[in-house]
Design a protein around this ligand. Structure first.
Ligand SMILES: Cc1cc2nc3c(=O)[nH]c(=O)nc-3n(C[C@H](O)[C@H](O)[C@H](O)COP(=O)(O)OP(=O)(O)OC[C@H]3O[C@@H](n4cnc5c(N)ncnc54)[C@H](O)[C@@H]3O)c2cc1C
Length: 494
């Protein structure tokens, strides 16, 4: 079997450049080191590598011609959207072409009756909602990078956000894709109906991290904007009680538009940073947003209050007005940079667990934190069971980084042990490729390789990412932040 990490032959850069010049204008090709530098990494800046060349096509036909050429010459290709990925998915191949989709930014059609929009892959996530705002519609999946990240990248990563608990991930909000295979074939995947015959290639392509094909068009589903949104804040004297409240809310049939949790350390850091009005003495808080018609929201707020009280909340507050609602969310959005202010470094994990296991996992993380002598601040998309434990450390203290990584590894193993997964929203890319060995058996990984081979027999699309070769296995990886210096610091962190 060809593995995704197959050793590829040396590429003749001059020949590649010359042949690409027959497809693209000079303005769409970058070859100088200083031009390539801007593409050397994505949001996971710990991994950097210059590509041989960068191509910036402006049409689907150009994408097809480029892939046909690279296929013929045996040149690896890494697709790139906005480069905000946090797992190294768009890290260039040193002997390959970096294929940027950033110039394919047209919103091709909006169908208000069918509530769909057909867009090119380089369109920013938020730009879709902005374009249909006047129609009273929006695109629900809302990664906190949404002002910058591209819809093509969202599909490739199956991105999520606060709203995804109620409205689903990217995969649940797209209807059709146009994809170019490595051999240059244009595929149309999905249908206008609720289902399509044959294998569900739409789902397969979503989250495929640029390994199976290059997305050149996305038909997204749009939703009507809710009449009203309201957020309730609940404070708890025990994080496990907050975790149990999450399960109780969902069990009661309420699906919040957002259900976020922060533990004491995260609450205090956020409060000191943005003065959101959080109770500093709470051991944990939940932020629960409801949306819908005025009547629905009013009714559910009453039920929600009872559930939160019944779960042991010591304080329950509804935002008094839109300004306070925004302030409550501002604190949550500022949690990552706020933690960056109280520790020289932090290590951001991203794993998912079945949400009923939250209390158990929170207790286990607290024990592990003690065992390793390292402080952990916890911020969660609680409704999705998506954890972001932030391990505080100081890289200048000998051995602390290693201890931090070991603790991070134990936390991810814990996620797998309780039936969860090693990835939440950030994909596998380079970052978590080794944890794939922890989560999947050889037989399961072999099936993933077989799929890769069916789409890309030469193994040229994004080689060495997301699916480890069968002999590979090792330590964990995650996002490291030194002295608060984040990639894309101006973007909100959820
Ligand atoms: C501050 C910050 C906050 C974030 N918050 C969230 C969050 O809340 N939720 C979340 O899910 N993610 C989040 N992310 C991660 C990131 O924004 C998402 O993964 C996003 O979907 C990446 O989109 P991109 O256009 O930047 O893709 P890139 O980073 O350019 O690429 C990501 C992957 O997709 C592939 N790819 C890109 N475009 C295409 C295409 N057209 N065809 C085929 N493959 C392609 C690449 O090869 C790569 O493997 C955050 C990132 C930052 C920096």
């Amino acid at each position: 079997m060809t593995e995704t990490t197959a050793i590829l032959p040396q590429v003749d850069k001059a020949l590649l450049l010359q042949r690409l010049q027959q497809i693209l204008p000079a303005s769409a090709l970058l070859a100088e080191p200083e031009e390539l530098r801007a593409y050397e990494c994505d949001g996971l800046s710990a991994y950097r590598r210059l590509p041989l060349l960068v191509a910036l096509p402006e049409t689907t036909g150009q994408v097809q011609a480029i892939l046909r050429l690279c296929s013929a010459l045996g040149v690896p290709v890494v697709a790139r959207g906005a480069g905000t990925g946090l797992s190294g998915g768009a890290l260039p191949h040193g002997q390959g072409l970096l294929l940027s989709l950033a110039r394919l930014t047209a919103i091709l059609a909006v169908d208000a009756d069918r509530r769909t929009a057909r867009v090119q892959p380089g369109v920013r996530n938020l730009a879709i909602s902005q374009a249909v705002d006047a129609l009273g519609l929006y695109y629900a999946p809302d990664p906190s990078s949404q002002i910058a990240c591209s819809i093509g990248g969202n599909v490739a990563e199956n991105s999520g956000g606060v709203h995804c608990l109620k409205y689903g991930l990217t995969v649940h909000n797209i209807q059709k894709l146009k994809v170019v295979t490595m051999s240059g074939e244009l595929l149309e995947i999905g249908s206008d109906g609720p289902d399509a015959a044959g294998y569900d290639l739409l789902a397969l392509m979503t989250g495929s991290e640029g390994m199976l094909g290059v997305i050149v068009e996305v038909t997204v589903r749009l939703l009507p904007k809710p009449e009203r949104a309201q957020v309730m804040l609940a404070a708890f004297d025990d994080p496990a009680k907050a975790g149990a409240a999450v399960g109780a809310i969902i069990a009661a049939g309420i699906i919040p538009a957002g259900l976020e949790m922060m533990d004491k350390l995260a609450v205090q850091a956020a409060e000191d940073f943005v003065h959101a009005g959080y109770p500093r003495d709470a051991e944990a808080i939940l932020l629960c947003e409801l949306d819908g018609t005025h009547e629905e929201v009013s009714e559910q707020l009453l039920t929600l209050r009872d559930i939160l009280r019944g779960s042991g909340a010591v304080e329950v507050r509804t935002a008094r007005d839109e300004a306070e609602r925004q302030l409550f969310w501002k604190g949550r959005k500022a949690a990552f940079p706020a933690v960056g202010r109280i520790s020289p470094d932090y290590y951001c994990m991203d794993g998912t667990i079945p949400r009923q296991r939250l209390p158990q996992v929170l207790r286990a993380i607290a024990e592990l934190s003690q065992e390793y002598g390292l402080t952990v601040a916890n911020v969660f998309h609680a409704g999705d069971g998506n954890l972001y434990p932030l391990i505080l450390y100081d890289a200048n203290r000998p051995g602390e980084l290693e201890r931090t990584e070991a603790l991070g590894g134990r936390i991810l193993e814990l996620c797998v042990a309780v039936g969860g997964t090693i990835t939440g929203e950030h994909g596998v890319g380079m970052e978590k490729i080794d944890q794939m060995c922890v989560q999947f058996s050889s037989a399961e990984l072999a099936q993933m390789h077989a799929l890769k081979q069916a789409f890309d027999p030469q193994g040229l699309l994004n080689p060495g990412k997301a699916v480890p070769s069968l002999h590979r296995c090792a330590e964990l990886g995650a996002m490291h932040v030194h002295q608060g210096r984040l990639a894309f610091p101006d973007l909100e962190r959820f």
